[in-house]
Write a protein that binds this ligand. Structure first.
Ligand SMILES: [Mn+2]
Length: 357
């Protein structure tokens, strides 16, 4: 089962814990030693920044699939480091990313170096609300796509997964798989939380990787069989047919799904049931138009169902989907409403117009 890490950073002693977690995560992702060192460097910088600019925050570390899913990338894992704070925000993000900005008062590498070192980097700051900084570090293979299909599709996927109370495992899981001209985003919420819940949701991940060419309703039936020996899970599956511009969705149990087109959001409704325990006889499969201004959010019930889309979810798709997911989670949490479950948020968005990936 994949591990997750959540490290609260409220004093400098925790920066070391973040670095140790980054090394552990990079080892589990089987990264070569120079990329392990890169993960440590970036994690240290993001954790240090929390103390310097926001008076503290938290760092989430996770192993994730590439944001732009390539054909045949199923087994590739990257270390994702997300620093989240409720600080004053960074007024000028471009300046903050310039070399030397962060190094003035410390030995830190600087955010500019983090961006160059990473395989994916994103920074979103809202004055008065806080900042999300995200970096993904992978093996840097840069190999050309294999197989008969185009190596790139014009969408990106990303997410965050936060264990309840800083646990070592999350009962939630999300993943994204590319097959031919389809991209499938899945989010599973294993019943309860902790390792047994993680076993159920990682069985759903495994089942998807085995059969990602199937439509969502068929995938849910496969998962139902695969999860029989587990506690079961709520599962939401969204599949984009890239060339047809159609999104297919089916879900079972209490997993949230919302689709934005332009300025309008609407929910995609799941059927009651538990994958692995009891599946509804009729699995309703939604079909929706997917346009260049669409955005899809899947989430577990660790996020309140009435979450409101914040600044990160609007406008053109310039932000990395993992940054959007982290911002949604940050904005939905408050001290008045303590989180009582693992929380995962996964986002599918069009690629930025000026880039090919
Ligand atoms: Mn849950």
């Amino acid at each position: 089962m994949p591990r997750v890490w959540e490290v609260p950073v409220h004093d400098s002693t925790r920066v070391r814990d973040v670095r140790v977690a980054a090394r552990d995560a990079a080892g589990r992702a089987l990264l070569p030693e120079e990329r392990v060192a890169a993960a440590e460097l970036v994690a240290t910088e993001l954790a240090t920044n929390l103390l310097k600019h926001a008076g503290g925050g938290r760092v989430l570390l996770d192993l994730v699939v590439p944001a732009a899913p390539s054909y045949g990338d199923d087994l590739l894992r990257l270390v994702q480091i997300v620093a989240i704070d409720h600080g004053p925000g960074i007024a000028d993000v471009e300046t903050a990313l310039m070399d030397g900005f962060s190094t003035r008062d410390s030995l830190g590498a600087g955010l500019g170096t983090c961006r160059r070192t990473s395989d994916g980097f994103g920074l979103h700051s809202v004055p008065g609300k806080g900042t999300v900084a995200m970096a993904r570090i992978g093996p840097r293979t840069d190999r050309p796509g294999t197989g008969p299909y185009p190596p790139r599709v014009p969408v990106r996927a990303g997410g965050v997964n936060v264990p309840l109370a800083g646990g070592e495992f999350s009962g939630d899981a999300w993943t994204c798989v590319r097959t031919a001209d389809r991209v499938t985003l899945m989010l599973a919420d294993g019943l309860g939380h902790g390792p047994q819940a993680a076993r159920a949701s990682s069985a759903a991940t495994h089942a998807l990787h085995q059969a990602a060419h199937l439509p969502p309703d068929e995938l849910l039936r496969r998962m139902h069989t695969a999860l029989r020996e587990t506690r079961g899970a709520a599962v939401a599956v969204a599949q984009l047919d890239v060339s047809a511009g159609q999104l297919y969705f089916a879900g079972v149990g209490n997993a949230g799904a919302r689709l934005r087109r332009g300025d309008t959001w609407h929910g995609l409704v799941s059927r009651p049931g538990i994958v692995g325990a009891h599946l509804p006889t009729h699995l309703h499969q939604h079909r929706e138009d997917w346009t260049p201004d669409s955005l899809l959010v899947l989430h577990s019930d660790g996020l309140p169902s009435r979450w409101s889309p914040g600044a990160a979810t609007g406008g053109p798709p310039l932000l990395d989907p993992a940054v959007v997911a982290a911002s949604i989670m940050r904005d939905a949490s408050s001290s008045a409403r303590p989180v009582r479950d693992d929380t995962a948020v996964a986002v599918l968005s069009p690629s930025p117009p000026d880039r090919s990936s």
